[in-house]
Design a protein around this ligand. Structure first.
Ligand code: PLP
Length: 392
């Protein structure tokens, strides 16, 4: 048998981490003690009160049936209360909130509601791959906005050609940012709102990392900008905030028309989030902040240890104010891929080549802080032994 794949599948770029994965598995097979700083998946467990709530809710037959498409009203109300407390933003739980099977699901499906074949979608580069893939699956054409260090890894909206802006339906942005760990302030969000209003573009802000921030810094929501709700949807996730990546629950909030359109797409594809998981998510959103605060402390300590180790061998890296990533410049003479490979072969440390997130990520590696402190300390020791002193 031979099957021919759809154009849509053929358009997916080759998997750029394949070589690193192969090397990593080969080293593990050889018995090397590999430290994996590649994955963006927290190693810490979900706080116990959330797990307890799931257990209770799983026993209630009320929760065994199909859930409602847009989520339990209690869940949507918990989201809207949380937005009010956290960001001072008012949301109508009836019309401006929708539950998602993880925010990835909503991000991937949104273009199906607004993008026709040939339509332009503004996508950052480097970026979380789903913005680009969701666009392609809808038949849209991504226009890449480079995120450059000299601009604080914010897209330069002025550089987007007029005819592209006019044809664009959506613009994806993500702050605090994966993979660069950059943050955006309200001033940038205000400029983004004006740009989007001028060209009638829907702003899709991925806010997955707003709760993982350090040194007392509190990242804003795009919806804090006055008038932003007229043109924006914001995606949020419980995955990173509460160590719930495996649970598959997130949500989107914002413009009622956009939320309604996303609901229409989803109601024809999936049938909602298991209600017991929604009840557990309510417990997370309404519960004490202590667990999240503790998480922030854990990642902050790891960040500081690793930054010292990286700078010690001459690597240039900024002290991330948020996210659990570090975005480090590779030494001269290396590419993203070759330096990643060097760290793996010589130190048994897995990192992610920045070029895997788009060509504008070339020259960087992403390092995830998702292993225990002892392993970070071990990684720092191995780095010191490499004795590359790097000139850049
Ligand atoms: C992890 C992550 C998400 C969250 O995905 P879920 O589907 O909610 O688990 C969304 N956006 C970015 C940029 C991420 O890194």
């Amino acid at each position: 048998m031979s099957f021919s794949f759809s154009q849509r599948l053929k358009q997916i770029p080759p998997y750029l981490f394949a070589e690193i994965d192969r090397l990593k598995n080969e080293m593990i097979r050889r018995g090397v003690d590999v430290i994996d700083l590649g994955v963006g998946d927290p190693d810490l467990p979900t706080p116990p009160h959330i797990v307890e709530r799931l257990k209770e809710a799983a026993e209630d037959p009320e929760n065994h049936r199909y859930p409602s498409y847009n989520g339990l009203f209690s869940f949507r109300r918990a989201v809207s209360d949380w937005y009010k407390r956290r960001f001072g933003v008012d949301l109508d739980p009836e019309r401006e909130v929708i539950a998602l099977i993880g925010s990835k699901e909503g991000i991937a499906h949104l273009p199906l509601a607004f993008v026709d074949p040939g339509d332009v979608v503004l996508v950052p580069n480097p970026a979380y791959p789903v913005y680009h893939i969701g666009t392609i699956f809808a038949g849209g054409r991504p226009y890449y906005m480079p995120l450059l260090e000299e601009n604080g890894f914010l897209p330069d909206l002025e550089k987007i050609p007029e005819d592209i802006a006019r044809r664009a339906k959506l613009i994806f942005v993500n702050y605090p940012n994966n993979p660069t760990a950059a943050v955006a302030d309200l001033d940038f969000f205000e400029r983004l709102k004006r740009f989007a209003k001028k060209y009638n573009i829907i702003v899709c802000h991925d806010a997955a990392y707003t709760e993982l921030s350090y040194d007392g810094y509190r990242p804003p929501s795009f919806l804090e900008v006055k008038g932003s709700k007229e043109i924006a949807i914001e995606f949020h996730s419980l995955s990173k905030t509460y160590n719930m990546t495996g649970w598959r629950i997130g949500f989107a909030v914002g413009n009622a028309e956009v939320i309604k359109a996303l609901k229409e797409v989803k109601s024809n594809i999936d049938s909602g989030v298991f209600q017991a998981v929604q009840w557990a998510a309510i417990a997370a959103l309404e519960g004490s902040e202590d667990a999240v605060e503790k998480n922030r402390g854990v990642f902050q300590e790891r960040r500081d240890i690793l930054i010292d180790g990286l700078r010690n061998i001459g690597l240039r890296v900024q002290r991330a104010k948020a996210t659990f990533y570090l975005w480090a410049r590779v030494p001269s003479g290396y590419s993203s891929a070759s330096f990643s490979q060097f760290l793996l072969e010589r130190a048994g440390i897995v990192t992610t080549p920045g070029s895997g997130f788009g060509d504008a990520g070339e020259g960087y590696i992403r390092i995830a802080l998702t292993v225990p402190k002892e392993r970070i300390i071990e990684a720092v020791k191995r780095l010191a032994n490499l004795k590359i002193s790097v000139s850049q």
